[in-house]
Design a protein around this ligand. Structure first.
Ligand code: GTP
Ligand code: ZN
Length: 198
């Protein structure tokens, strides 16, 4: 019964979005009834729901679902994690890579969970700075590590295909906590994320 109610609620949201996109097409000067656009409002509604599904996800639950006791005290780095998000100002994509490190304090998490946390926060309307700090905070609060570092490099379509129209600028944001606030730990991390696998 409860499940049915959730389903009905989700259907209502989807049909509301479809109606809105149909109207938007007309307002933009298109004919929503022409063949190629008939299913477009539905496709866009589904795409937008997919791209914002992070609101329904719990980063800490994901990290804790594969939390293992392990006496490791070395830096663990997962780098070059692709990310696709949408800027909250223009609802246009920004995309790039995240590099994440933590130093465990008795607990590690599954490596894939680190990449999943990136998806949880990037599949929302975002600014790159907040995305960076939300990832850091989730790891910090779930694993209670000795330190966490997050660096994100991204290109923003709102700066490329409109507005200032700069095609090559890359924005780098970073957040460091704990041991990574020390310059030697931070530089070891920076050195390791810049090295290429051969
Ligand atoms: N700090 C930050 N700014 C962002 C991000 N994504 C987009 N922006 C910026 O948000 C700003 C919004 O500025 P506004 O002046 O309100 O919007 P606008 O008139 O569309 O600005 P222009 O893009 O300069 O044409 C722009 O400078 C964007 O480049 C982000 O992730 N972080
Ligand atoms: Zn933007």
């Amino acid at each position: 019964m409860a499940y049915q109610k959730v389903e009905q609620y989700e259907d209502k949201i989807t049909s509301g979005l479809i109606e809105n996109y149909r109207e938007s097409l007309a307002l933009l000067g298109e004919d929503p009834e022409r063949e190629g656009l008939l299913k477009t409002p539905e496709r866009v509604a589904k795409a937008m729901q997919y791209l914002t599904q992070g609101y329904q996800m719990d980063a800490k639950a994901i990290l804790e679902s594969a939390k293992f006791h392990e006496d490791v005290s070395e830096m663990i780095i997962v780098k070059d994690i692709e990310l696709f998000s949408m800027c909250e100002h223009h609802m246009l994509p920004f995309f790039g890579k995240a590099h994440i490190a933590y130093i465990p304090n008795g607990y590690i998490t599954g490596l894939s969970k680190i990449a999943r946390v990136v998806d949880v926060y990037s599949r929302r309307l975002q600014v790159q700075e907040r995305l960076t700090s939300q990832i850091l905070n989730a790891i910090k609060e779930s694993l209670n590590p000795i330190g966490v570092a997050v660096v994100i490099e991204a290109k923003h379509l709102c700066m490329m295909m409109r507005g200032v129209q700069k095609q090559n600028s890359v924005t780098t944001t970073s957040a460091f906590w704990g041991e990574f606030e020390k310059s030697e730990t931070r530089s070891e991390f920076t050195k390791l994320i810049s090295s290429k696998l051969s």
